[in-house]
Design a protein around this ligand. Structure first.
Ligand SMILES: *Cc1c(COP(=O)(O)O)cnc(C)c1O
Length: 228
């Protein structure tokens, strides 16, 4: 299938999933995950009207960001090492703030006048190999981040467990939504926007039903990636 056809197909599927959950299509943003794919594919998707793009490595994100239109919005959705914070552009949205040491580094690099926009990544399924703060440590991370006015927290992000069991996948999304509602109720972050970045090619339907505001979709748009 051409990129054009895959793109329109996924847009339709997103709209259908929103309709099935009684949600408006414009309330769920599509982040096109272009990792491993060349700049020309980003440009092709941009010509179809796509604005938000996600990458999981900062160097690759920077390569594509600097090679494409300034009007595109980039999202870093993979782990960021503290020694690479200097590579993070101020307009990029970081979905993977998951530890105090990273928050401290970000606070050194950015300023309250020119803050960095972030989502806190939560390991909702408590898988040992997975990044993200555990639900148990979530509120202590939240408190540290709240003390840093150079960080603007917009919402939360998670990756669901890879499972054929619908209830297992949904559980992670529900956990994220519940944490977000608590953050919102306690008015912890002045700029909090209730973003829930959750759902990928294989599980976005459940994520939308559970309240996702941003889905991160790669292979369903750009095709399968070369395995590394
Ligand atoms: C690669 C990636 C995605 C997209 O995955 P697909 O299954 O290709 O849609 C979403 N989120 C994160 C964090 C990723 O690394």
């Amino acid at each position: 299938m051409s990129l054009r056809n895959s793109y329109y197909k996924i847009k339709e599927e997103l709209a259908a999933a929103c309709a099935a959950s009684g949600r408006r299509a414009e309330d769920v943003a599509l982040i096109a995950v272009s990792k491993t794919h060349p700049v020309v594919m980003v440009e092709e998707a941009a010509l179809l009207g796509q604005v938000d793009f996600g990458e999981n490595r900062i160097a690759e994100l920077e390569e594509k960001r600097t090679a494409t239109e300034k009007s595109l919005q980039w999202h870093l959705i993979g782990q960021l090492q503290t020694n690479k914070v200097k590579l993070l552009h101020e307009k990029t949205i970081l979905h993977t703030l998951d530890r105090i040491s990273l928050a401290e580094k970000l606070a050194q690099r950015f300023t309250p006048q020119n803050p960095i926009r972030c989502l806190i990544q939560v390991n909702c399924s408590n898988e040992p190999q997975k990044s993200g703060v555990s639900a148990a440590d979530f509120f202590s991370l939240v408190d540290s981040v709240a003390a840093q006015s150079a960080i603007e927290v917009l919402g939360l992000m998670t990756l669901a467990e890879h499972s054929d069991e619908e209830s297992v996948v949904r559980q992670a999304f529900q956990t994220l939504r519940t944490l977000s509602e608590k953050v919102q109720a306690q008015r912890i972050f002045p700029s909090y926007a209730g973003w829930l970045s959750m759902g990928m090619s294989g599980d976005f339907k459940y994520a939308i039903q559970e309240g996702a505001t941003h889905v991160r979709i790669g292979s369903a748009i750009f095709g399968t990636r070369p395995t590394v």
